[in-house]
Write a protein that binds this ligand. Structure first.
Ligand SMILES: NC(=O)C1=CN([C@@H]2O[C@H](COP(=O)(O)OP(=O)(O)OC[C@H]3O[C@@H](n4cnc5c(N)ncnc54)[C@H](OP(=O)(O)O)[C@@H]3O)[C@@H](O)[C@H]2O)C=CC1
Ligand SMILES: CC(=O)C(=O)O
Ligand SMILES: [Mg+2]
Length: 549
């Protein structure tokens, strides 16, 4: 490749970073401005200045997508070395705004939209993807994009964003990542009424037609890329997420990020909290109330159950540590409308608890006295002052996780959680909040970002390196243990239950190592992992700025 074609290729293009010798050799002299070659560090710095000068979230998102499409090394070097700054611009919360407005954004196309109108032709369509080798596919039908609902084809920002994190935080080569939207229609009138809407203008298909289409996609992807390609299900609606996971988890190498990745990051935060003075140090001495009993909530509770079983607690007893409140109130045995997924967590409720079951979350908290309150409901403000105060009155250090995304959907803010508990809350949120200094307090408090982005990049890397045939729950447990172990004293001092976000590449190397070992222990690895110590994994991770920044 040489001349103009190299400048038009995002993977090869280095724009103004080509040396004069390279410019001559590659025949791009004159095609780039004549000023002396710049370094990657200089270009990254310039990009950050430019981003700061842009007026809003969407303009920054658009700018970054253009950089990505023209100079991949610059994009990922900037991201990997400035995760705290760039993650919120390419992932939550910005990606929420981006998806809401996707049809109107001036950005290059990225990923594959496969429409249900192409049923029967999915294999042919996949053949249009230019790369022969794919390690990870993130696929969404976009029915539940973050807490924003059904955004149809606009949801592409999510598979794209997740895969950007696979490279920026997990060191997977971006050339081997495939974002896919299965466009099965959209039931949100405001999205479809935009005359520029990029998706199919039809209602969602469901039932057998839906299942056949998803199946055709999975079978075609396996046929084209092989059985070791990892499929990550992302942001499927509640009626399909667990169903599809259960259908495919033993058949293909796949996991559902909203169920399992979230479970792992949720458990990691809880395990870390056990190390904070004032919190009961034994998981079995805790009780959790979840607001929201969908993919994320049921996922976290199921993994807490597994962690307790690992400690010798009988499964039935373990499940009783987790209680759910859904859109109809407390979930308990004998209540109407308890789905199969919720049923294992529908416990016998004492008459006192039943008496408050329809009275709202505050009464449930008063009745059950949980040690932890976990928000996965998409309802902003649902952890009201009263509820947070109640958590503070029954716990020395209440665990309060507001995990709904994006920021606009968080059950409570970091400041609310700290203020209403006099700084005693151990708080984490799905989308980032800044640190908080309460009046009269010496130290600032740092909310952890309880987001599955701590998990899936390293988990995926481990799966790919091991050539794992399946993704058993024990891999999610081991990922949670690993993340929790990496939280240092300094973080604990400021009540933060997650490791420093800017070290995600290192965290991912640790997770990948643990996952490789787990794959080997279960004989699930198609590839030899014996040589893969943490240092070796870290060295083979994709990192365009290595040694230059
Ligand atoms: N931090 C992270 O890493 C992650 C965060 N999330 C976030 O979690 C949220 C939920 O995701 P997910 O579980 O997949 O979504 P689901 O659609 O699967 O579940 C949503 C749940 O919220 C419940 N709910 C809705 N309204 C209310 C209400 N007013 N009061 C109580 N419960 C209510 C629903 O109740 P019902 O069952 O009765 O309909 C349902 O159980 C989203 O905002 C998502 O962005 C998700 C994955 C990862
Ligand atoms: C983080 C994530 O996966 C979600 O909010 O859906
Ligand atoms: Mg998700």
């Amino acid at each position: 490749m040489s001349g103009q074609s190299i400048l038009l290729n995002a993977r090869e293009n280095r724009g103004r970073r080509f040396s004069s010798h390279e410019r001559d050799q590659l025949r791009v002299t004159g095609l780039v401005p004549p000023a002396r070659a710049r370094t990657l560090a200089q270009e990254v710095e310039r990009l950050l200045i430019r981003l700061r000068a842009l007026p809003n979230v969407l303009s920054r998102y658009e700018h970054l997508m253009h950089v990505l499409a023209s100079d991949e090394a610059l994009f990922f070097a900037a991201a990997q070395n400035n995760l705290r700054t760039l993650l919120p611009m390419i992932y939550t919360p910005a990606v929420g705004d981006a998806c809401l407005n996707y049809s109107d954004l001036a950005i290059p196309n990225r990923g594959m939209w496969i429409g249900v109108d192409q049923k029967g032709r999915v294999k042919d369509i996949l053949a249009n993807w230019p790369e022969r080798n794919v390690d990870v596919i993130v696929v969404s039908d976009c029915e539940r994009i973050l807490g924003l609902g059904d955004l149809g084809a606009n949801g592409m920002g999510i598979p794209v964003g997740k895969l950007l994190l696979y490279s920026a935080c997990g060191g997977i080569n971006p050339a081997r990542c495939l974002p896919v939207v299965l466009d099965v229609g959209c039931n949100t009138p405001s999205i479809r009424s935009n005359e520029a809407y990029i998706g199919l203008d039809q209602d969602r298909v469901s039932g057998q037609d839906y299942d056949d289409f998803v199946h055709e996609f999975i079978a075609s992807a396996m046929e084209k890329y092989g059985k070791s390609t990892l499929i990550q299900f992302e942001d499927f609606g509640n009626s399909n997420a667990l169903r599809l996971l259960n259908k495919y988890r033993e058949k293909v190498c796949c996991f559902n990020d909203d169920i399992q990745g979230t479970a792992s990051v949720g458990l990691a935060g809880i395990l870390t909290a056990l190390r904070i003075p004032g919190v009961a140090s034994d998981l079995k001495d805790h009780k959790f109330v979840f607001l929201g009993a969908g993919s994320a909530g049921i996922g976290i509770a199921s993994l807490i159950t597994l962690a307790l079983v690992r400690e010798g607690v009988p499964e039935d007893e373990a499940r009783k540590k987790c209680w759910f409140v859904d859109s109809r109130g407390l979930v308990y045995k004998g209540r109407a409308n308890v789905s199969d997924a919720k049923a294992p967590f529908a416990h016998e409720a004492s008459p006192e608890v039943q008496a408050v079951a329809n009275a709202g979350l505050l009464e449930v908290v008063k009745g059950l006295k949980p040690t932890g309150l976990i928000g996965v409901s998409t309802i902003r403000g649902s952890f009201s002052e009263d509820i947070i105060r109640e958590m503070g009155s029954v716990n020395e250090r209440p665990i309060i996780f507001a995990l709904s995304n994006p920021t606009s959907k968080a059950e409570c803010t970091a400041e609310e959680a700290y203020k209403f508990t006099e700084g005693r809350a151990i708080y984490a949120s799905g989308s980032p909040f800044g640190s908080v200094q309460l009046p009269g307090h010496h130290t600032h408090l740092v909310p952890g970002q309880g987001n599955n982005s701590y998990i899936f990049p390293g988990l995926g890397l481990g799966i790919v390196l091991a050539g794992a045939r399946h993704v058993p729950e024990s891999m999610l447990l081991t990922a949670a243990d690993t993340v929790s172990r990496l939280v240092d004293e300094e973080q604990l001092q400021v009540s933060c239950v997650y490791p420093d976000l800017s070290s995600l590449m290192d965290i991912s190397a640790h997770i990948a190592h643990a996952v490789c070992q787990e794959a080997k222990a279960l004989s699930l690895n198609e590839k030899n992992v014996d040589h893969l110590d943490i240092k070796t994994i870290r060295e083979i991770m994709y990192e365009p700025g290595r040694g230059q920044i």
